[in-house]
Write a protein that binds this ligand. Structure first.
Ligand code: AMP
Length: 192
């Protein structure tokens, strides 16, 4: 069975954790554009050097760069059975780009999962993660910039996916296991 999913949610909603857990259950790779960028930055690749100033400030990396990286990743053989995209698409142009990539491959999305968590809970979780992980973009300015970008550019994308009948909203406020179970249950309805 193939499964092509997007997981959406603001920073701190737990989408990275849940994407990894769902990927294991479903048997498809979780593809996190944030993780890909962080890997390039840590390895000081040309791409890493190019994107570092954007990610450090919580700004979006330019679309051409991001789209090319995703296109290349979606061409890897392990994606044949599907994927869970985490952190992409993040704006309307990326939605169009992803549509084109999938259409060219003759495949389609099965569902778009949105994790909802209120802003106060998000800020608490992000502050906790900042202590644990020491991410370069977990400074107060970058955090607030990332949440603003999510609200302005990314959250509205859910309307487009809802119009296509793909959107599934899940409350992300509960315990990690509980949220995973809700997501897995939602996928039961999607499996085909
Ligand atoms: P994340 O781990 O998903 O929060 O991503 C970390 C950072 O990587 C973001 O703040 C952006 O700078 C960059 N990034 C990740 N995904 C994208 C994307 N789809 N488009 C542009 N920039 C991105």
């Amino acid at each position: 069975m193939t499964m092509r999913l997007i997981i959406m949610g603001p920073q701190g909603s737990g989408k990275g954790t849940q994407a990894a857990r769902l990927a294991t259950r479903v048997g498809v790779p979780a593809i996190s554009t944030g993780d890909l960028f962080r890997w390039h930055i840590s390895q000081e690749t040309a791409l890493g050097v190019l994107v570092q100033s954007y990610t450090a400030h919580g700004e979006l990396v330019p679309d051409e760069v991001t789209n090319a990286m995703v296109r290349e990743r979606l061409n890897q053989p392990d994606v044949a059975s599907g994927f869970i995209l985490d952190g992409y698409p993040r704006n309307a142009a990326q939605v169009g780009e992803l549509d084109q990539m999938l259409t060219a491959d003759g495949v389609a999305l099965d569902a778009v999962l949105e994790l909802t968590v209120d802003r106060d809970a998000l800020l608490q979780r992000i502050a906790m993660r900042a202590e644990l992980e020491g991410r370069e973009d977990d400074t107060p300015d970058a955090i607030s910039r990332r949440l603003d970008i999510y609200t302005e550019q990314t959250a509205p994308l859910t309307h487009a996916y809802a119009d296509r009948g793909l959107l599934v909203r899940i409350d992300g406020a509960g315990a990690i296991d509980e949220v995973t179970e809700h997501l897995a249950a939602a996928l039961e309805g999607v499996a085909r």
